[in-house]
Design a protein around this ligand. Structure first.
Ligand code: ZN
Length: 270
């Protein structure tokens, strides 16, 4: 059995991006740990969620513990950096923000957890953090360095499949806002995720979709109960969230060959 550590930037990233993989690994008897860099205190709270004077970051910590319980996560750790906010906002310059911290010092803190856990697998983000959020880019940098320091055998990058997003957008082109439709027609690639040819792993999480949805639902400060995605029927929710994508750097997947379907089968048994 393997120990798999997921390193995320903010509360709710774990549920949306890798929640199905976490639940599937836990179901299979692997030890699943979650490390979150920040408390996501610069997120925008949905109306009427926080009580008078309640701090968003504290609420999001509690939501993360609830989400972890739903997903079968055994250990949750927060590194406690300050949320840096979206790209090019004032939060990026905050001296205690995750974006401003030294990669080396943050990596040592994550590496200490990896060593303690004797982690077999670490999951971080792709080089632009999926969509360019500074904290997500920092997860990529810090995560890889921590994996190196701790000698973690397998370090994956969670991502989204850009080609699949383009295919879905093309299929629903009529429903897109005009600027997005024009970009699509002009062949401008969206900046989300990674191109399919660099993706090596495709994890089908349809068997644990209920728990992925339940984990998203407990992040109430960010995802309202009447949220468009939470309201989708199972088929539509599965189309949007039923597959999770990963890159194993250094692994070359010949485009004709299938994706690997599990993070603990990378040509070596754990
Ligand atoms: Zn995030």
């Amino acid at each position: 059995m393997a120990t798999v550590v997921f390193f995320h930037a903010h509360p709710d990233d774990e549920a949306i991006l890798t929640g199905g993989t976490m639940a599937s690994l836990a179901d299979a008897g692997h030890r699943v740990c979650l490390v979150v860099a920040t408390r996501g205190e610069l997120g925008e709270a949905k109306p009427d969620v926080l009580s008078e004077g309640e701090q968003l970051g504290m609420r999001r910590v509690m939501e993360t513990f609830d989400s972890a319980a739903v997903l079968g996560v055994t250990r949750v750790e927060f590194l406690g950096y300050v949320d840096s906010g979206m790209a090019e906002t004032d939060g990026n310059a905050h001296p205690y923000s995750f974006w401003q911290t030294s990669v080396e010092s943050a990596a040592h803190r994550l590496a200490a957890i990896l060593r303690e856990e004797q982690a077999d697998v670490l999951v971080v983000y792709d080089a632009h953090g999926g969509y360019g959020h500074p904290d997500h880019i920092q997860v990529h940098r810090v995560g890889h360095r921590a994996g190196e320091l701790a000698g973690t055998p397998l370090v994956y990058e969670a991502t989204m499949n850009r080609d699949e997003i383009v295919r879905a957008m093309t299929e629903h082109a009529d429903e897109l806002p005009e600027d997005q439709r024009k970009q699509l027609e002009a062949g401008v690639e969206p900046e989300f995720g990674s191109p399919e040819h660099v993706i090596t792993h495709r994890v089908d999480v349809s068997a644990v979709l209920d728990r992925k949805r339940a984990a998203m639902r407990v992040h109430r400060s960010q995802i309202a109960e009447d949220d468009f995605f939470l309201q989708l029927d199972n088929a539509a929710f599965g189309a949007a969230f039923g597959t999770e994508w990963y890159i194993l750097p250094g692994m070359v997947r010949d485009e004709a060959s299938p994706f690997v379907s599990s993070l603990v089968e990378a040509g070596r048994s754990l």
